[in-house]
Design a protein around this ligand. Sequence first.
Ligand code: CUA
Length: 355
Amino acid sequence: MSTEEPATSQEGRTQVRQMLLIGAVASAFGIALALWIDWFPAQASTQAKTIDTLWDVLLIASVPIFVLVETIVLYSALKFRMKPGEELKDGPPIHGNTKLEIIWTAIPAIILVGLCTYAYVALVDIEKAEANSMEVRVVGEQFTWTFFYPGEGGKEIASNQLYLPANTGVNFTVQSKDVIHDFFVPAFRMKIDAVPGIDTHVRVTTTDRVGEFPVVCAELCGLGHSTMRQSAHVMSKADFDKKLDELAAPKPPPGGGEEGGGAETDGKTLFTDAAEPTCGSCHTLSDAGTTGTTGPDLDDVLADLSEEQIRQSIEEPDAVVAEGFQPGIMPRYGESLSQEQIDALVEYLMEVKGR
Ligand code: CUA
């Protein structure tokens, strides 16, 4: 045995070199792949940039470690596997290697302290208050969000969509009417729980990127959790002020008052706009241009329904539930829509059915 030792240690050095070479090549490939993947949606807040950079740095730090460990495991499993008859050929027992142990304790410790410091700096940066910021109150309930803006005379302006001006700091105060929800706009990268009984806060600074970004609920809050989706519209300051004036103005009576011609557009508008969640957010109906999949596809099922059944499905959806769907998900719009609104919806759906 002892005569083999020089050869073995020579071979051992070659193997270590081989392992490190494979590890280095695989790490470079792994980092390139990790950075190439488009992990997140559009960046619509200044916080998003800070967070995405942090993510990239974490990838650059962790991918090589993962790849190196995997390389050693796979290399060892392939190269040093025991073949039949070699069961007793185990090497001499080793007590340990102090130098190696210090190295593999010190390096991860340094990496961890570095990353924690960087993450802390990033956290302070994204939570920093803006000098000129606006306030928005967000209220979650099963299964919708409502957004409140400070209006004149202390009267709040309510909206079922989130409208924000570009390049503005926004302080959100988040509340819940029932269970725990979680206010999340992925494009802002910021989220916070909505907890019944307390106010939670989150701050976001919009960029000059205007557009529509999803607002979702990120806490399982009941059967309709997945339908708790609305939109954040980031717009120019002028458009935002106009929108706020529109929201503050008293709404025209539903149904438009006019008989006949008006009803068609009204029904269609109600289908995509009235109440939350809107019909269109859950149901596909090509005439209204909606593609929701939570509820039955109305392009398919409408033809089989009578006027009475359509009305019942809107007012008391759980009375008859379509095959393959669960009761308790669709809200009872008999409680939230006016009789005129329901009439207009039924009339509209009957018209679409008749085409
Ligand atoms: Cu609200 Cu999930």
